[in-house]
Design a binder for this molecule. Sequence first.
Ligand code: ATP
Ligand code: MG
Length: 230
Amino acid sequence: MTDERIKTYIKGLDENMEGGIPKGYVVLITGMPGSMKSSVGFNILYNNAKENKTKGIYISLEQGRDSLLEQMDRLHMPATEVENLLSVVDIGYLRLNSEGMEYGDSWNSVFRMYAENMKESQGYDILVIDSLAAVEVLADVKNKRAELFHLFGWLRGLGVTTFIISEASTDQGIMRDEDFLADGVIHLDLRREGASVNLYLGIAKMRKTLHKRGYVPLIFDQNGFEIITD
Ligand SMILES: Nc1ncnc2c1ncn2[C@@H]1O[C@H](COP(=O)(O)OP(=O)(O)OP(=O)(O)O)[C@@H](O)[C@H]1O
Ligand SMILES: [Mg+2]
C-alpha cells in the first residue's frame, strides 16, 4: 500500500488527516437516517472526478438512481458535469429478483461479479456502496463477522478505495463488527440543540493516519461540505 491519499473534499478535514484517506482503504460512512451519508459519499466521487479526473462508481442498493441523481443535482453536484467519470448504478432490482434465487452465496457472487466487471470495463478508482445493510439483507448474512471479513478483504483486493455507507444505531457507544473490520470510520452525528438539529462529523478511526479526535460541526452550502475547526 502506497502513501497516496484520496481527498474527501470536505473543507478542513483533509488538512487534518494527512491529506486524505489512504488509497485502497475500506472506509465506513456511518450515521443515523438523514445524516447526509449518501451526500458525503457522492461528494467524494463528484469532486475527485471534477478536480483530478478520478473515475468512480456509486452502487446504490436502496435509493433509486433517478431519485439520487435529482437529490445530488439540488445539492449542486450535477452528475452530468462529470459524465464519463462518475457512474451511478442502481442494482436494487437484484433485490426484487432475488426471491427466486438462493440467498447468501449466490447474491454475494452476483454483487462481486458486478463490481469486478465494472472495474474491468470502466477502471474506476473509487467505489461507494450504499448501503451495507442492504448488502447484508440481500446476502442473508448468517455469520456476519466472518462474511464481512471476506467482503472487506475482497474489496481491498479489488485495488480501489471503497466507501461503505452504513446505518448507525442510536447507541453510538456500541462498536459493531464492521467498525472493527474497516480501515476507517467517518461518523456523521445529528444532534438536537434547542430548536434546531445540527450535523457533526467525527473520525472514529483511520488506520495509519494522524487525525484529530472529537466531533466538529459539518456544514453544507453552495460551496460544498466544510467542517468548522477552531
Ligand atoms: N444544505 C443542507 N444542509 C443540511 N441538510 C441538507 C442540506 N440540503 C439538503 N439537506 C438534507 O439532507 C438530508 C439527508 O441527505 P442524505 O440522503 O445524503 O442522507 P442519508 O444519511 O443518506 O439519508 P438516508 O438515511 O435516508 O439514506 C436530506 O433530507 C436533505 O433534505
Ligand atoms: Mg442515503
